[in-house]
Write a protein that binds this ligand. Structure first.
Ligand SMILES: Nc1ncnc2c1ncn2[C@@H]1O[C@H](C[S@+](CC[C@H]([NH3+])C(=O)[O-])CC(=O)[O-])[C@@H](O)[C@H]1O
Ligand SMILES: O=C(O)C(=O)Cc1ccccc1
Length: 249
């Protein structure tokens, strides 16, 4: 079924019933409720999408490529395409979950997004070719890539960017001081409870994400970004253990 933009998203109750332990995956079940899930699970998600649109409108240069890596249902792609005033660019929205890319393809056939220069690709971003990029978005995606593969991926992105281009990197982060790490995880769980998730939902999703979503410190991200050749980088958004950074090539 194609859901029109004014139908409310289906409610995420994936972890509401007791589960046997299994790792979190971006399957059909998750894709079907993803809009509700991410809106209730990432503090500031709506603001981050809007500002990715603002940043893309400023940095997208004529004739360049934009990459939305790990695009899910295309929240960031649509925010960018709606903010950029010209259409002299190619936006490649890439995700390796067929459940996500199939839904995004359908979404792009709706009248409000007809003609946007967005191409959807179902692919592992570690295999994608990056070239001629003025804007690259990793909006809560790098955290799902195996830590051993992160350096090569970020190096490939830096190598495929135009000078002066921008990388927007949003991540769940870890804090170097154990007490603050515990504090922010606890405040984050309180936020999820306030978003309507039960104690059990919070606990079961935490377990399911344990081996799948590996957070790093802001310092580790900054070190990697500067090692691969970004000229400057810093945090532009943070709420508890969620952050978004910009890095300029
Ligand atoms: N190796 C991979 N290759 C391609 N895609 C991948 C890979 N690993 C994970 N993904 C994809 O990365 C996405 C992460 S969600 C991004 C939200 C989106 N950016 C948004 O702005 O709404 C973040 C979250 O759920 O916290 C999922 O769709 C995965 O299939
Ligand atoms: O829910 C969490 O614990 C998160 O870290 C955010 C999230 C959002 C959507 C899918 C996976 C993780």
């Amino acid at each position: 079924m194609t859901r029109s933009p004014d139908t409310p998203p289906l409610k995420d109750n994936i972890f509401a019933d007791p589960q046997s332990r299994s790792d979190f995956v971006f399957d059909e079940k998750v894709a079907a409720v993803f809009t509700d899930m991410i809106n209730r699970s990432v503090p500031g998600y709506g603001t981050i999408l809007s500002m990715i649109g603002v940043l893309a409108a400023r940095y997208c240069t004529p004739g360049s490529h934009i990459y939305d890596l790990g695009c899910s249902l295309g929240g960031a792609s649509l925010a960018m395409a709606h903010q950029i005033e010209h259409s002299d660019y190619r936006l490649l929205a890439i995700d390796n979950s067929p459940a996500m890319t199939t839904r995004l393809q359908k979404r792009l056939q709706e009248p409000d997004s007809a003609g946007l220069p967005i191409e959807v690709v179902c692919q592992d971003i570690c295999e994608s070719q990056i070239s001629n990029a003025s804007v690259v978005v990793l909006n809560f995606t790098l955290q799902f890539i195996a830590p051993a593969k992160r350096q090569a991926l970020v190096q490939k992105i830096a190598d495929g960017m135009r000078p002066g281009g921008i990388l927007i990197l949003s991540e769940k982060i870890r804090f170097p001081a154990d007490d603050l790490n515990e504090l922010f995880i606890d405040l984050y769980h309180q936020f999820k409870r306030a978003q309507g998730y039960s104690e059990m939902e919070v606990a079961q999703k935490r377990t399911a994400l344990e081996n799948v979503l590996i957070p790093e410190t802001i310092e580790a991200h900054k070190n990697r970004l500067s090692q691969v050749g970004f000229r400057s980088c810093d945090v532009w958004f943070q709420c508890f253990n969620f952050t978004s950074m910009v890095a300029v090539r």
